[in-house]
Design a protein around this ligand. Structure first.
Ligand SMILES: C[S@@+](CC[C@H](N)C(=O)[O-])C[C@H]1O[C@@H](n2cnc3c(N)ncnc32)[C@H](O)[C@@H]1O
Length: 321
């Protein structure tokens, strides 16, 4: 596996009071529709006495970001698109570059979150009671456990991310209710993930488990064999297990801006690998796609939720044969 810039830093634990507003609101990060900058309530960068480069939104101890944290990080850039306040100046600068190239990125990120909610609710309504959310990101509005438990309060939810910042925040902000687990793990190492003691304690692989790979596979290069990783997860899960995927695409994207956008991510914690429809469809080998198949994110089973029509990628759900 090619080396990748480390996005983790043990010292980050020192700034885990970040965004205490989230805890104050029971984990609900309320973001204005279409918001793309730091969330309402996040102090403006540079405003006030706190250091502007503090992912705590100015509420944490004044701890300088480490070298690793100085570089743009994909989890925190996404947080910025969604209007969150878990981001440093380097993340905001890179995200602003993307927003100049693709001004509707914030709206597309919101559309992706809406898809995640619809898919999770659908899986819960199908009777699935276990959820493995890989590449879960930073806690935000409408987290998986909140959606699932509206349908089935006793469901188990395991959040996985390879980014220690995301894991640290999730551990702090998500409920310690015995049914919500946060694991530091890597999609590119599915066997380690599947045998992780916390995953095994939370998930019974003999029963259906929804595997959520939402806006994460496009951070895994072809050389890192994402199709093999997904197949390994498929083989380990029981028939009837849903696979939920959303994925950025090159289809219909203008070549020059796409190239410019990829160049920005090339300098971040993970490269961006948008793929054509056929390549995304391959992730569903061994699955039966539920209606309407692999479609643009906003077109996947729209419901009464507010939704945005702008999609930068494909979304689908399959049920393991
Ligand atoms: C764009 S965010 C998506 C968050 C959430 N799934 C959503 O759709 O709202 C992508 C997340 O995937 C994580 N990620 C990227 N590559 C990963 C890998 N190989 N293993 C685990 N997590 C990964 C990043 O750290 C980041 O938090």
């Amino acid at each position: 596996m090619p080396p990748r810039r480390q996005s983790v830093s043990p010292s980050y634990r020192q700034v885990t009071v970040a965004c205490s507003r989230l805890a104050d609101t029971g984990g609900q990060h309320v973001v204005a529709p279409g918001a793309r900058h730091q969330g309402a309530g996040c102090p403006p960068p540079g405003g006030g006495p706190s250091r502007s480069d503090d992912a705590s939104g100015g509420r944490g101890p004044v701890t300088a970001p480490t070298d690793a944290e100085q570089g743009p990080n994909v989890a925190r850039m996404y947080d910025y698109y969604l209007g969150g306040c878990h981001n440093f100046a380097a993340d905001r600068a890179a995200a602003e570059q993307i927003l100049r190239i693709f001004p509707d990125t914030g709206i597309a990120a919101q559309a992706n979150r809406h898809f995640l909610r619809r898919a999770v609710r659908h899986a819960a309504e199908l009777g699935v009671r276990q959820f493995l959310d890989i590449g879960a990101g930073l806690p935000t509005q409408g987290n998986v456990h909140e959606i699932v438990r509206q349908v089935a309060p006793d469901s188990a939810v395991v959040y996985v991310d390879y980014d220690e910042v995301a894991v640290t925040h999730a551990r702090r902000l998500l409920p310690a209710d015995g049914r919500t687990t946060v694991v530091h793990g890597d999609l590119r190492r599915p066997d380690e993930l599947l045998t992780h003691p916390d995953v095994r304690a939370a998930i019974d692989l003999d029963r259906p488990v929804a595997v959520l790979l939402v806006a994460v596979l496009h951070f895994v290069t072809d050389a890192e064999q994402p199709w093999d990783a997904v197949a390994r997860l498929r083989d380990a899960t029981a028939p009837g297990s849903p696979l939920v995927v959303s994925h950025l695409t090159t289809d219909g994207a203008p070549p020059l801006p796409t190239q410019q956008g990829r160049a920005v991510y090339q300098r971040s914690s993970a490269p961006l690998v948008p793929r054509p429809h056929a390549d995304v469809l391959r992730f569903f080998d061994g699955y039966d796609l539920v209606d309407p198949g692999l479609v643009r994110v906003a077109e996947w089973r729209p419901d009464g939720e507010p939704r945005e029509r702008i999609s930068h990628g494909y979304a689908g759900m399959g049920l393991r044969r």
